[in-house]
Structures are given as C-alpha cells and as structure tokens.
Design a protein around this ligand. Structure first.
Ligand code: 8YV
Length: 325
C-alpha cells in the first residue's frame, strides 16, 4: 500500500528524491522551503502516516502528542536526531529512522578542512587578499602552525569520529579519543587511537579537539567553561557535530582572552543565529552547517529516507531504526 502511504516532507529535498518519493507515495511537499514551525508540524502529524523532518524541525513531545494514530514513522533526513523526542515517539509506537553512514566521509572531510583552516589561517589570508591589503610575501607573514606531529583528541568515536581519525593519521597526527564506552581492541588498534576514560585529562593534553558525539541530555554543554579551561592555550576546537555540545559564550570568551587559540565551527547553539562575540574573532572559522552538504551525500541521504519509508510501507522493519537511549 505504498500509494496510500501519506508522507509529509518538511523541507525542500533534492529534486530527484522528491520526484521518486512522489512516484512511490502520496507525498505532501513543503514548496515554501521554510521550516513549518511548531503549528505547521502539529498540523502535519495529524494527517501524515510518515513525517520526514530535518534538523530545523523541533519534533518535541508536544508535536508527538498531537500526532494522529495514523503517524507510524518519523523518517529523519539526517543522522543526528537530537531535534526529535525519540523516547516520546517510541512510547507511542512511532518508529524513528535516520540516515547514517552516507554522510560520514563528507562530514569528516569538512572537519579536516576546518582542522587545516584554523591553524594555517586560511580565511584570514583570503580576507586580506580580497580586501586588497596584501602587500607581498614576507618571511613572517601569516605564520600559522602545522598539524603534523600534533595531538588530536576526538570526543565521540563513532562513524564520523573514526573517519576523522583515519584522515588525521594520514596527516601524521597522534589520535586520542574519549567515548562513553571504549572501542573494541581491534578497532582501537586499527585506528591507532589512544583511549582516555577521563575527558578532562584528555583535554589537558591535546593540541586539537574535534567534537563528534551526538547531542543528548548528557552531552549538552559537555564542553562548558570549566572544562574548556583544562585545554592548553594553544589548543583549537573543531565542532562538526552540534552547537549545543559547547557553551558557545564561554568558548568565545576564552578565545578572546587567549585562553584557547581558536575554533572551527560548522554548528551553533541557535542556528542560524551566530553569537556576535564569535563574529568578532579572527582566529575562528565559521561555516553554515554544511558538513553533509555535497550533492552525493544529500542524494544518498534522500535514498536512505526512501528505503526506510518503503520498508515501512511494505510491512518490513526499516533498516535505520533509532533506538532511544
Ligand atoms: C544534515 C546533520 O544536513 O545529519 C546530520 O545530523 O547535521 C546534517 O547532515 C541535517 O541534519 C539535515 O537534517
């Protein structure tokens, strides 16, 4: 009964995915391509069998409570599901799926781009050049720091963290990691990564830190002011996970006073709003949440959404179910 499955999509997806979706299901697209907002979401879940949200939709307990008994599935377009109350959904018998695996390498590439951009001062150089302020080569102009031989501490060593670890190894960095549960020995050995049970201790010894854990109640402001003060003053933080894992205000303060050297951020606490303090700083690189923004990844994410909905419509178990922790 694919044809009768009513799928409500909250944002504009790649054309090809929307076309395929419309061929398979009874689809309601969001042609305005603006977030539906609370009211819009509450309305959508009253008629949908399947909701396809993105990170810009707050599918909280209230939205889930408003769902009609037809709503059987929330097929998220994206890997992170922090914007969905998975527990409330689970209790109501609504299956939540995501799109893991297909955005791993692209997000890791972006993390590496930030890991290179901040210490090598790429965007400072670009800004100077475009402003017509470059007066020519000098022996000391825009000297940065190399990443070779430096220590990278990865917080959360899942798919993306591991992909960053492999890249960092190729750049001759020493890889360290902190994770709730230690990786199996063989996986740890393959990644040549050193495990730290104590996050504070790891932080105090790193040159670079990459945030790659999911956002949960436990990881909200995991990097708070006190914890970030454990870092050495030359340390740089990279975040391609979720803004709320870092206390952004504290981060800006610590960079401003030189207590931390810099940051590369693709995600923020109040997207698309950026803390004005961050905008004032030269030694931060700020990107508009584009970790998975490649044609290839976004198509593959759409494919995953299709596969998951198709499984549900055909009466099978969708492959990418998210189990609330
Ligand atoms: C997406 C992401 O662009 O997958 C994630 O968790 O943050 C990004 O890849 C976004 O979440 C789409 O919903």
């Amino acid at each position: 009964n694919r044809q009768r499955t009513k799928v409500v999509v909250t944002r504009k997806l790649p054309d090809n995915i929307e076309t395929r979706m419309a061929e398979l299901f009874d689809v309601q697209l969001n042609l305005a391509d603006k977030p539906l907002g609370k009211e819009g979401l509450m309305k959508a879940v009253q008629t949908a069998d399947v909701l396809v949200p993105t990170v810009t939709d707050n599918v909280d307990a209230e939205v889930i409570a408003a769902a009609g008994k037809n709503l059987k599935m929330i097929a998220n377009f994206g890997a992170g599901v922090n914007h969905i109350d998975t527990k409330a959904a689970h209790e109501k018998g609504i299956v939540v799926t995501n799109t893991p695996g297909v955005l791993t390498e692209d997000t890791a590439d972006l993390a590496m781009a930030l890991l290179l951009s901040v210490p090598r001062r790429l965007f400072e150089g670009e800004k100077i050049l475009r402003a017509g302020e470059w007066t020519g080569w000098t022996p000391t102009f825009l000297m940065g720091h190399r990443i070779q031989g430096k220590r990278l501490g990865i917080i959360g060593m899942g798919r993306i963290g591991s992909a960053i670890a492999r890249r960092a190894k190729a750049f001759n960095m020493a890889v360290h990691y902190h994770k709730r549960t230690r990786l199996p020995e063989d996986v740890e050995a393959e990644l040549e990564a050193t495990y730290w049970d104590d996050l504070d201790e790891m932080l105090s010894r790193m040159d670079f830190v990459s945030v790659n854990c999911p956002l949960t109640d436990k990881t909200h402001h995991l990097l708070d002011r006190t914890r970030m003060k454990k870092l050495q003053p030359h340390a740089v933080i990279i975040n391609t996970a979720r803004g709320e894992i870092i206390d952004e205000e504290a981060l800006a303060d610590l960079i401003e006073v030189g207590r931390i050297a810099g940051a590369g951020l693709d995600v923020f606490e109040q997207e698309p709003e950026i803390n004005p303090k961050l905008l004032e700083l030269d030694n931060v690189v700020l990107l508009p949440h584009m970790g998975s923004a490649t044609v290839e990844a976004r198509m593959a994410m759409g494919e995953k959404v299709l596969i998951n909905i198709r499984a549900y419509a055909d009466g099978h178990r969708p492959p990418d179910r998210v189990i609330p922790s």
